[in-house]
Structures are given as C-alpha cells and as structure tokens.
Design a protein around this ligand. Sequence first.
Ligand SMILES: [Zn+2]
Length: 140
Amino acid sequence: MTSDISKPRQIGALRRHRNSTGFRGVHYDKRKARFRAEIGNRKSGNIKRGPCRATLLEAVQDYDAMARDRYGADAHLNLPGEGELRSVPIERDPGRCEYGHDLAYYGYVDPGGTQVNCRQCNAWSVKRYKQRRAMAPQNK
Ligand SMILES: [Zn+2]
C-alpha cells in the first residue's frame, strides 16, 4: 500500500470502488426497492443520476454508459469491453481502513455511531485542506 499525503484522494478513485452492490457507481435504494447508477460527486455538484431500475444489471449498464460519456478512455467500467478499463472493488479488510492504516491503532467510532473512522486519514484530509487554503488566492 503506497500512502502519500501529496496525492489527493481522487487519484486512483476511478480505478477502485467500494460499494455494497459490488459494482462501481451503483447503489440499492431500499425505500424504492430499485437499483440506481450515480456518477460524480455530490459535494462538487457534478453528480448525475441514472433512472431507477428493477435489476442490478440495468443500473450497472447505466453507470458504464455515463462513465464512458464523462471520462472517455479514462473510464473504469464494471463491465469493460475489449481495450477498456475495469474498476476493481476494494477488498475489505476489517482491520484496516481504505488506505491500509491499522484501525487497531488509528480507528475510532463517533459517539452513537457504528462506522469506524480512521484518524490518520482524517489528519491527512485536514492537512490537504490547509494546503489548499494556503494556495488559494486571498479574499480581501
Ligand atoms: Zn486511513
């Protein structure tokens, strides 16, 4: 596991995914009992959603179509064709975070929460944020 703070989180994000359905960009909406593809980032506002689908395969194909459209040859797909790139699920190791930090040492759970967070990843995130702030043009 290479871990380098200078690399933003996004690098490699297309290549890997972590998703309960096992497919990149596809989630299951429990309330609607439908599968749905989603591409992009909620925070940056460039998110695009596919239609609600009865089957997982349809939503998987929706994602791949949106990914081809948005990323072209850089798209990492669930069902790549010849010469296309595959998005690989992140293997879950319950003892480690997504970036390989030992959660026995770095892990913590928010009060009332169930999800284990990683202190090391949070520290990196804060540091990157401060770097971005320092580089941004000053508002005067
Ligand atoms: Zn971590």
